[in-house]
Design a protein around this ligand. Structure first.
Ligand SMILES: NC(=O)c1ccc[n+]([C@@H]2O[C@H](COP(=O)([O-])OP(=O)(O)OC[C@H]3O[C@@H](n4cnc5c(N)ncnc54)[C@H](O)[C@@H]3O)[C@@H](O)[C@H]2O)c1
Length: 451
């Protein structure tokens, strides 16, 4: 027999502990480019009834509860207390001073007709001056930038922006999500190991501190959760874990899982499930948006490449299956090709082998739209991070591994390998929600139906 939940969904002690989503939720976005404007324009279009939030688990997804025979499949947004779209308010920073309507026009993701319908709303959102330094994003030359005597001073200015936005907007809660450009490749250093060392380095404007880390530090100091949509280290550092736990401001990252990596984490678990071997996986892309231009710089590309390469190794576990996955070649190329704009094309050539070692090939040609795939991820992440902040069991644990579903390089506790398989990630996310509400976890055992 299936174990019945000991606490009903509405009355369990854990459920009672989750604070309701009362009042407005303020979303602060460093980097108001293609992804950010597609997200904000989309939320407004959905609120006004012009469009539907396709791709968003929190808006369209359901969750099965109890046995299959019980027929309980509530929508996720009805099962857990999430902020409603009408309660979202927005602000952000950018190194260019275009308002969100102008930035959306330049990004060229959404068609003119849709953008005109949300123009008054988008035009009203003006970016705050950025913490920006060309040394970390070589291909951009923005001038809408804060000045300060050192990096600590810049962090104080961002903290003041956060407090001011909260006051001005009347938001009861805030979340920050990095949608800024990919910064140059950095590795963790001594300065990132503790809050003390990091604050000293901020005061000395140490080069190990990239702008994205300044936003992250400022948010966490203000007790505001932080999600990282790019592959930069940003919150994937011991200092940020320490600060997150200390100030009960959940963190997650890194690098939104869209496009080619999404396909990889859908296909590779299938090959492994059927014990098909892999000889090689060659991935190449053409894209022509500003992200593509930034990634044309070798430093920024290296950050992205590291993030894209890690998924296959972790899914296929070559150490457990040396004959199948012990020596595959994995290459990833990104080519900046302006005519394509945001409409990327990604080709994958996959060399697999089956019974008795016979080779086979699979070709994937994905004509995708990067920001269309990323926008619902941004929406889900801000809503779920806000839920984490209101949940006693989650707000003090730092890294929110249950949100791995959304990332190319999911963050984990030190020493743990990340889970990349999309389907395991989805189960992890949904089981976390069931757990928080005192519902039975779903194991898919199924024997209970055959007593
Ligand atoms: N679109 C996707 O599918 C996808 C997937 C995974 C990751 N990402 C990452 O998300 C990020 C945003 O992508 P995008 O397509 O919107 O790029 P974009 O170039 O259109 O927008 C990035 C914006 O960030 C701004 N910026 C750069 N440094 C900044 C700073 N220090 N402070 C404030 N603003 C800053 C830039 O001026 C630009 O407007 C990139 O890092 C990208 O790699 C995107």
């Amino acid at each position: 027999m299936a174990r019945r939940p000991t606490t009903g969904p509405e009355k369990g002690p854990k459920t009672l502990g989750i604070q309701p989503a009362k009042g407005k939720l303020g979303i602060m976005i460093p980097g108001m480019g293609a992804v950010a404007t597609t997200f904000v324009a989309g939320v407004e279009a959905v609120r006004k009834g012009f469009a539907r939030p396709i791709g968003s688990l929190t808006q369209m997804g359901t969750i099965r509860l109890g046995r299959r025979t019980e027929g309980r499949f509530p929508k996720i947004k009805e099962f857990v207390p999430l902020a409603g779209l009408d309660d979202l308010v927005f602000a952000g920073w950018d190194a260019f001073d275009d308002d969100m309507y102008t930035a959306a026009r330049k990004a060229g993701v959404l068609e003119h007709e849709l953008l005109e319908k949300v123009k008054p709303f988008l035009s009203s959102i003006q970016p705050l001056p950025a913490v920006f330094d060309r040394n970390y994003v070589k291909k951009l030359d923005g001038h809408h930038v804060k000045k300060g005597k050192n990096k600590m001073d810049l962090a104080e200015q961002v903290r003041a922006d956060i407090r001011e936005f909260k006051k001005r907007s009347g938001a009861s809660r805030l979340v920050t999500i990095w949608c800024g450009s990919t910064e140059t490749f950095l590795q963790p250093t001594e300065e990132h190991q503790s809050l003390r060392a990091f604050e000293k380095a901020l005061a000395q404007s140490d080069e190990s501190i990239a702008p994205s880390m300044i936003y992250a530090y400022a948010s966490l100091m203000e007790g505001v959760p932080f999600a990282n949509g790019a592959p930069n280290l940003t919150v994937d550092l011991p200092v940020m874990d320490e600060l997150s736990r200390k100030n009960q401001a959940p963190i997650c990252g890194k690098d939104f899982k869209t496009g080619q990596t999404l396909m990889k984490t859908i296909l590779a678990p299938g090959f492994k499930a059927r014990l098909l071997g892999l000889a090689g996986w060659f991935s190449t892309n053409i894209l022509g948006n500003r992200d593509g231009e930034v990634l044309d710089d070798p430093g920024s590309f290296k950050t992205k490449e590291e993030s894209k390469l890690s998924a296959l190794e972790h899914i296929l576990q070559p150490e457990l299956y040396p004959e199948l996955y012990g020596s595959f070649t994995h290459k990833v190329r990104i080519n900046y090709y302006p005519p394509r704009g945001d409409n990327k094309e990604g080709w994958d050539n996959i060399d697999i082998f089956g019974w008795l070692g016979y080779p086979m090939q699979i070709k994937v040609d994905f004509l995708c739209r990067d920001s269309i795939l990323a926008a619902p991820i941004v929406l889900d992440l801000v809503l779920l991070l806000d839920l984490a902040k209101r949940t006693p069991e989650l707000r003090g644990i730092g890294i929110q591994e249950w949100l791995s579903f959304y990332f190319k390089s999911p963050m984990t506790a030190p020493g743990l390998y990340p889970e990349h398989d999309l389907f395991i990630q989805l189960m992890k996310l949904k089981n976390t929600l069931r757990h928080l509400k005192g519902e039975e976890l779903i194991t898919h055992l199924g024997l209970e139906y055959y007593d």
